[in-house]
Design a binder for this molecule. Structure first.
Ligand code: AMP
Ligand code: ZN
Length: 492
């Protein structure tokens, strides 16, 4: 259903730094590009948060009835160790250290990325293009920028001329940086660089002898600059101008700034209408990042295998935890916060599951239409999931009142209430109906104890239970009753 027609969605545009009414370029269709991972290691939970924010955005557009082309790339070449065009290629470095082919690194971590996102119930994007699959197009774009006079070649490498671009455009339009500041704040060239100015960035780099990821080009055997792939692939699949471009906040500068400069140079048009930036996940009050060792892996959450965790958590608990914060707010990860989210998540799911047993009535004493409107208003206000969740908890209260018949709904209203809750919980937020982990943990404990019990009895040839086992059973809520026939137990 095309319910987008009756919803006025506002999106915070990082370009204008304000919330704007969303108007797609083509009625009923959305083109969205999100920068994907560099597949040189496993994604950490921070990366997952950003991708989850855009999964929620994708899901809401689909729910509103838009036809969405969602492009999320895989960076499998060209991303150097440091963002200033220096250092080794991240993938090539990993391949060198592990004595494997770069494409083995790419394959391993692309598969891992997909498996992780599947576990966390992500919808796959419409297209997932790779940088190495678009080398020809990248070379073509470099030729175009050279023809426009905004790039120059030195010793087989090609650089974008930022100062020249800035004469007729604004380099810094997205990040709010002034050119003078950029000049002032960029490290001076060390005399070995081929760049004319330190703020210029590489479009093509000539490969040093040991650099194994290389392709033939008119300038040298080399590889494309990191920023180029996103300009090329977004233009190829979404056009010279498209609706939404997303990524983490930390990509605003230089990555997205450089993307704008490249794309705009070629087409003469503003490439993106709405720039969306998701905020960072923190751990120990610091940005979660592989480079600093301050991170937790998405798989560790599911197994509980990390010293900061008290136990394993279900993927939907992590989703709930993420969506309890607005995508533009920073979010602090901790075991306590996850435990609190777990309680909230099961409270919500238990209520949703009890919707089927509610009896209907001749009259309604709760205004479903008004409540539903509030849910949409929350999402239409720049995807405000924390406010949506607050409205869903109001629904939990109503469900409990319905069960006790303190509130009543007609069959039509109950159907509408149920469908709306299901749509927001499962389709938009992407939560799944998980079985409670506590109960399965308790059962695991019982099985373990029963094994211990049998062993004790066998070893001691005595069926009396040790006090220690009695205590452990009590912790699991199992009461032992000794009688003449032996020991029986009850569980609460
Ligand atoms: P990368 O593979 O490093 O390019 O990162 C993939 C995505 O994760 C990018 O959109 C980054 O902005 C995002 N990202 C990196 N670190 C974090 C973090 N701590 N919290 C949220 N998003 C992050
Ligand atoms: Zn990108």
């Amino acid at each position: 259903m095309e319910i987008y027609k009756e919803n006025q969605l506002k999106i915070y545009n990082s370009l204008s730094k304000s919330k704007e009414l969303f108007k797609p370029l083509t009625e009923g269709r959305v083109g969205m590009y999100v920068c994907g991972p560099t597949v040189y290691s496993n994604v950490h939970l921070g990366n997952v948060r950003t991708f989850m924010s855009f999964d929620m955005v994708f899901r809401y557009f689909l729910h509103l009835g838009y036809k969405v082309r969602y492009v999320r790339n895989i960076t499998d070449a060209g991303h150097l160790e440091n963002d200033a065009d220096e250092g080794e290629d991240r993938i090539a470095k990993k391949a060198r250290l592990e004595h494997i082919e770069p494409m083995e690194v790419v394959q391993r971590y692309t598969v891992d990325f997909h498996k992780t996102l599947e576990k966390y119930n992500f919808l796959p994007p419409s297209i997932e293009p790779t940088a190495t699959g678009h080398i020809v197009e990248q070379i073509e774009m470099i030729k175009e920028i050279l023809e426009k006079g905004l790039a120059y070649e030195v010793n087989g490498s090609v650089y974008f001329d930022v100062l020249k671009y800035n004469e007729s455009a604004h380099y810094g339009i997205l990040s709010g940086r002034k050119m003078e500041d950029a000049i002032h704040n960029t490290r001076a060239l060390d005399g070995q660089s081929d760049k004319k100015n330190p703020q210029d960035f590489a479009l093509w780099k000539k490969a040093e002898e040991r650099h194994i990821m290389r392709w033939t080009s008119p300038w040298s055997d080399g590889f494309p600059g990191w920023h180029l792939e996103c300009s090329v692939m977004s233009t190829k699949y979404l056009g010279e101008q498209f609706d939404i471009h997303g990524g983490g906040m930390d990509l605003k500068f230089p990555h997205h700034e450089c993307e704008i400069a490249q794309s705009q140079t070629c087409s003469g048009k503003t490439p993106v209408n709405y720039w969306m930036h998701a905020n960072m996940l923190l751990l120990n009050s610091q940005k979660m990042a592989k480079s600093t060792g301050n991170y937790i892996l998405p798989n560790e959450i599911l197994t509980g295998e990390n010293p900061i965790l008290s136990k394993a958590f279900a993927p939907s608990v992590v989703r709930f935890f993420n969506l309890q914060a607005h995508y533009r707010s920073v979010l602090d990860f901790s075991n306590d916060a996850l435990e609190a989210s777990e309680k909230g998540y099961y409270k919500l799911i238990d209520a949703v599951n009890s919707l089927d047993v509610i009896a209907t009535s001749a009259t309604s004493t709760f205004d479903v239409t008004a409540w539903k409107k509030q849910c949409y208003s929350a999402m239409n206000d720049d995807f405000n999931t924390p406010v949506l969740i607050a409205h869903l908890f109001e629904a939990v209260k109503i469900i409990n009142q319905l069960k006790e018949q303190k509130t009543t709904l007609t069959a039509t209203d109950l159907e509408d209430f149920k469908n709306t809750i299901h749509a927001f919980v499962f389709d938009v937020m992407g939560l799944t109906n998980e079985t409670k982990q506590e109960s399965s943990n308790a059962l695991d404990g019982v099985v373990e104890l029963l094994i211990k019990l049998r062993k004790e009895a066998r070893d001691n040839k005595d069926w009396a239970l040790s006090d220690q086992i009695r205590d452990e059973l009590l912790v699991l809520g199992i009461q032992l009753k000794d009688g003449r026939e032996g020991t029986s137990f009850s569980m609460n």
